[in-house]
Design a protein around this ligand. Structure first.
Ligand code: OOB
Length: 560
């Protein structure tokens, strides 16, 4: 174990094995207030099983798994992983679509004291190999195929690149890898499993950051901090044993897992229905078939569902009790339409994998639910709205949102240099969001200062894509900016300064080449530029940086 202390002007920051610890006075405070209860995610789930044993926990296609059955399968996988040689402290990257195996893998690795690393199905080998390297993961768990993409192919690339990777466990046809075992048979009977004693203050797993720099950052979440956000969210959202939640967004995302998400649902003893894809065709059928009453969407999906209703589908929104919308800014007009035209009970959710989550409350005035992103979970979420010099702006004015609290991290994993920029010296996280606070204390997201594109809830760190584009031999430099999109809210446009001598190829051909280049590099598909503009020179700010404001204006004019 390595411990490092960084002496700062305000605070002495303790970093243990790449994780920035909460300062002792905050640990004491969060424990004293009862936010941190010393419970691990393993104990949390065991409690759920005790309370709700025969209730159906998960519906996945034709499979209905009770809490007890899910628990049994988790135990089986724990024994299996232990036989493979896995022990507490080791890491496993989990990249699964919305299937029951995600939860079995998540809870089994945690039960063994391993640390799962969350990856989204859209990630490709650049991201996955980075997660494996960064966490020294020995195990990668994936599906054979999903939405036409073959993850075994990705696994092969990671195997070549990542020296720590020992096993690939595949749900479906394994080819040369290890097959997901049949957990419905008690094949592991007689094998004694050693469940280690874990301190709830330790990191339980790694969440994913949308990122705003070159490489995606990993977010270490502790048992204590995460479970507090889960319990409090389940409470705010009034989940109970009658809740039937449809999981439309990727299961591993923080919104899906904890706001209140699947963990909040398990805490309340409800039933989770897994959607294999987010299309109205798939989801509307599941909502009817399983009397779903709770759904969480990103604005882009809410808009797609509205469109489908306008084209003649049943008003699905009137059948559910709660529609949560978050992950990107919901336009006031769409919020109003959902409520007035489709009799929707709407809740806005403004959160981040780093911690802070805000909800509009069910009993808020309608205008607040329509036009604000709500209030934090906790009375101890500290919120500051500051100007460029970190001075708090007058009440009601727009500024940068900073936050610190009982479930917000104090630093990204193994990212000292980046952490110095992303956190203040007294531990506030710089969210990169521009907000204002209304008289009633609600947060309104007005924009963003971080260099990120929010493509329908999927976050693109522009620098990551630019770095790849710049590696193309014919590219002098590039700049990725957001362009407005009716459905997704934002899409990406790459401005590329191209070497003059290579201009004999047609622009369309060059665009194709560049898109392929990004794809071959192994970036997630949603990061491939939606539009590419070739320029002879870039506009610059007075400081000599590429002026993205001008580029954003140019692309709006071009697409108008
Ligand atoms: C959620 O988490 P992330 O980590 O994918 O993205 C966080 C960022 C925020 O900093 C903000 O820029 C944006 O996504 N965002 C919103 C928003 N919700 C998230 N921007 C405007 N309005 C909203 N309602 O996206 C996330 C995590 C937990 C719960 C919900 C969303």
């Amino acid at each position: 174990m390595s411990t490092q202390s960084i002496q700062d002007s305000d605070a002495c920051m303790k970093i243990i094995d790449g994780v920035v610890a909460y300062p002792p006075e905050f640990v004491e405070k969060y424990k004293k207030t009862g936010y941190w209860r010393g419970q691990t995610i393993q104990d949390f789930f065991t409690d759920c099983v005790k309370k709700y044993g025969n209730t159906i926990a998960i519906i996945c296609g034709e499979r209905h798994l009770s809490y007890a059955q899910l628990n049994q399968q988790i135990d089986q996988l724990v024994a299996y992983l232990q036989q493979l040689g896995y022990r507490a402290g080791e890491r496993a990257v989990i990249q699964l679509p919305n299937i029951a195996e995600f939860f079995i893998a998540y809870f089994a690795t945690i039960r063994l004291g391993m640390l799962p690393v969350m990856s989204l199905p859209a990630h490709r080998h650049a991201e996955v190999s980075h997660f494996i390297d960064q966490t020294q993961a020995k195990l990668y768990i994936c599906a054979d195929k999903y939405l036409g993409f073959d993850y075994r192919h990705l696994a092969r690339t990671c195997q070549q690149r990542c020296p720590t990777l020992q096993h690939v466990l595949v749900v479906g046809a394994p080819e040369e890898f290890i097959a997901w075992p049949d957990l419905t048979q008690n094949t592991m009977d007689g094998i004694s499993v050693t469940v280690p004693k874990i301190d709830a203050g330790q990191v339980a797993f790694f969440q994913l950051s949308g990122g705003s720099t070159g490489t995606p950052k990993l977010i270490p979440r502790t048992h204590d901090d995460y479970l507090y956000s889960v319990r409090a969210s389940a409470d705010i959202c009034q989940l109970n044993t009658l809740t039937r939640m449809l999981m439309v967004l990727p299961v591993a995302h923080n919104f899906s897992l904890s706001s209140p998400g699947s963990l909040g649902l398990f805490f309340a003893g409800g039933t989770l229905v897994l959607a294999s894809d987010p299309s109205p065709t798939t989801c509307f059928k599941l909502i009817d078939q399983h009397q779903v009453n709770h759904v969480a969407l990103v604005p882009a999906l809410a808009a797609t569902w509205v469109e489908s209703i306008q084209q003649g589908a049943d008003n699905i929104f009137s059948k559910i009790d709660i529609l949560q919308v978050g992950g990107a800014r919901l336009a006031d007009a769409l919020a109003r339409q959902l409520i007035n035209q489709y009799q929707c009970r709407l809740q806005q959710v403004f959160g981040m994998a780093e911690g802070l989550v805000n909800y509009t409350r069910y009993d808020d005035p309608l205008e607040s639910i329509i036009s604000t992103q709500g209030q934090p979970i906790s009375a101890d979420d500290e919120i500051k709205v500051v100007d460029d010099a970190d001075v708090e702006v007058p009440a009601g004015e727009i500024g940068h949102l900073l936050t610190r609290g009982p479930y917000t991290i104090r630093g990204y994993y193994k990212a000292d240099e980046h952490n110095r920029k992303s956190f203040t010296s007294d531990g506030f996280y710089r969210t990169g969001d521009l907000v204002r606070i209304t008289n009633e204390g609600n947060i309104v997201v007005e924009g963003r200062s971080k260099d990120q594109i929010n493509r329908g809830g999927e976050k693109i760190a522009t620098e990551e894509v630019e770095q790849v584009l710049n590696q193309h031999t014919q590219v002098i430099q590039s700049a990725l900016v957001a362009m407005p999109d009716q459905i997704l809210g934002e899409k990406s446009c790459a401005f590329v300064q191209w070497r003059a001598e290579s201009s004999d190829a047609s622009p369309v051909r060059l665009q194709m080449q560049l898109r392929q280049f990004v794809q071959q590099h192994g970036l997630a598909t949603f990061k491939i530029p939606d539009r590419i503009e070739f320029v002879e020179k870039m506009p610059y700010t007075a400081l000599g940086k590429i002026d993205k404001k001008i580029l954003r204006k140019q692309v709006i004019e071009k697409t108008a």
